[in-house]
Design a protein around this ligand. Structure first.
Ligand code: MN
Length: 547
């Protein structure tokens, strides 16, 4: 359950309590540089600076809808990733992320200037940007999420895209209201959900809050007001509680940092909807997070807290022993607090807290021993595989496996139909499979295909995110060679069926020809052949009569 600390960063506080959108403060290159200097060495920082100069030149003269110079957008995106201490390549790619899409600069040029890895990252982000996934009903959202994850073979691509979307959401006010709402809906269904699944909670929370505020401004304001009213009653109580806990833990000789926190407005709203509750009925809006040095201390603190306040049965969760699928670890317990309200207490180590906020992004943190992108990618996958082992012991491992496979080690290809629907194919599927997936008649009559407006032969393999169209002709027919590049069982069955019919028709044609010739040889052409005679003739030729 996403919970936001009371002492929150400036960046996320803007979206809260109905303050409304304020123009984002511009991020300057000097600020970014000093942020990077904290964790990157000089060479890495000057590499990023070089990317900045290149991007600033490429975007020269361009402005955002708000009127400010374009370069402030990629700088802000880079800064979001720098907050998570991502590696040099991610930061450089973030600065360059709109270059392919919005300037004449080609991918090859980026590769020459900054290397193949950064070019691939920028290209990956551009491909996602080019997809139009609007107009879609709710059911499509899951497919789009899967497609995006499948497309970003390097998970850093999706992290850059999420940061891009977050900055666009922070600066949404410059767009017309209808467009704001459309983008907010898409953000909520797709990007916030992906951030959540990858465990990047600080981003998923903010994406949710801004989206919710944009889609339902009145509901947001009403809840924000109600929350503020309730908070003013509780604040002194919370302070007392916090003091009591701190002293109690100190007495128990545990080194711990206690932070009070409260639920996001969107997660309160979601809970009200899900459980059909009124705001007054919602419990655990307030809670505490306790950060300790090691996981042993987590359990000691848990013991001390349960000694202080009665735990509510059935509400204790040990995500340290059994982490969530995205790597989240923490102990959760709910206790009866001082003012007759239940309080959720989360207990975790510093490291668990970092992963809880950064999720999968935690794996691209720059290390001074210079881990290359590939190695840290491998590390992240290993981490996921380790999780898999842990999860094998839980109740529904097959479902978990399926989830992880589809989302992070994709073996499926997602493409668009001309109507904008998404169709899913196995890896290796071709244009021909696509044609048969539309309809077997379309398959049987197809002669060629277009991928993203480009003509391609039928054996061309589908790639994630392609817009696919097939051309048909009335006179077209499947040939046996089609079986060598149709991979789906639907296509193969249809092709075999059609070939059989074709063979039968050929035989009939041949049979007729033979019959005519036979009749001629027998010298009976001048008269009509009686049915009996015809039957006899057919028998001599070992042919059956077909219609
Ligand atoms: Mn952008």
């Amino acid at each position: 359950m996403p919970i936001r600390p009371l002492r929150r960063s400036r960046a996320s506080s803007r979206a809260l309590f109905g303050i409304g959108f304020r123009p984002e403060r511009r991020v300057l290159i000097s600020e970014l540089i000093s942020q990077l200097e904290v964790y990157l060495d000089n060479d890495a920082v000057s590499e990023v600076y070089r990317a900045y100069v290149f991007a600033a030149e490429a975007h020269e003269g361009q402005t955002r809808i708000s009127g400010e110079p374009y370069i402030y957008h990629p700088l802000a995106v880079a800064q979001l990733l720098a907050e998570k201490q991502l590696d040099t390549k991610s930061i450089s790619a973030a600065i360059l992320h709109d270059i392919i899409e919005d300037t004449p600069t080609a991918k090859e040029q980026i590769a020459t200037e900054f290397g193949e890895d950064i070019a691939l990252l920028v290209d990956g982000v551009s491909k996602i940007t080019q997809i139009e996934f609007d107009s879609k009903e709710h059911a499509e959202a899951e497919n789009i999420r899967k497609m995006l994850l499948a497309m970003s073979q390097d998970i850093r691509v999706i992290l850059i895209k999420l940061a891009d979307r977050l900055h666009n959401m922070r600066t949404l006010e410059s767009l017309p209201v209808e467009k704001q709402k459309r983008i907010a809906r898409q953000t909520l269904e797709i990007f916030a959900a992906i951030a959540n699944r990858l465990g990047v909670y600080s981003w998923s929370r903010e994406l949710e809050e801004i989206s919710f505020q944009t889609i339902y401004p009145k509901r947001y304001d009403a809840l924000a007001k109600a929350l503020r009213r309730r908070e003013s009653h509780r604040r002194s109580g919370m302070k007392k509680l916090l003091a009591v806990m701190e002293t109690h833990l100190k007495e128990g000789d545990v080194n711990a940092q206690v932070v009070s926190r409260e639920k996001d407005i969107f997660s309160i709203y979601r809970k009200m909807q899900r459980k059909r509750m009124s705001f007054e009925e919602i419990q655990d809006i307030y809670g505490f997070r306790i950060i300790v040095n090691n996981s042993d201390d987590c359990y000691r603190v848990l013991g001390r807290i349960h000694g202080l306040y009665k735990p509510i049965p059935g509400r204790f969760k040990d995500y340290i022993a059994i982490p969530k699928a995205n790597g989240y670890q923490s102990l959760h317990t709910t206790v009866f607090g001082a003012f007759g309200e239940s309080l959720e207490v989360q207990i975790r180590t510093e490291e668990m807290n970092r992963i809880a906020e950064a999720g999968i992004a935690a794996h691209w943190v720059y290390k001074s021993d210079d881990i290359t992108g590939k190695q840290s990618q491998a590390q992240a996958r290993q981490w996921l595989l380790d999780l898999l082992d842990t999860q094998k012991q839980v109740a529904n491992p097959s479902e978990f496996l399926e989830h992880l496979k589809v989302d992070l080690f994709p073996d499926k290809i997602y493409v668009f139909t001309p109507k904008g629907d998404i169709k899913k194919f196995p890896q290796g599927a071709t244009a021909l499979d696509f044609a048969y997936a539309i309809h077997s008649d379309v398959g049987n009559r197809c002669v060629g295909a277009r991928f993203n407006q480009q003509l391609v032969p039928l054996h061309t393999r589908l790639r994630n995110g392609d817009h696919v169209e097939v051309t048909t002709s009335r006179s077209a027919l499947p040939t046996p060679s089609w079986l060598s590049y149709a991979t789906t069982s639907k296509a193969r069955t249809a092709i075999r069926g059609n070939l059989k019919t074709q063979r039968r028709k050929d035989s009939v044609r041949l049979g007729r020809k033979l019959l005519d010739r036979a009749v001629k040889t027998l010298g009976t052409t001048s008269r009509r052949v009686s049915p009996t005679r015809r039957q006899q003739l057919l028998q001599t030729l070992h042919l059956e009569e077909w219609d």
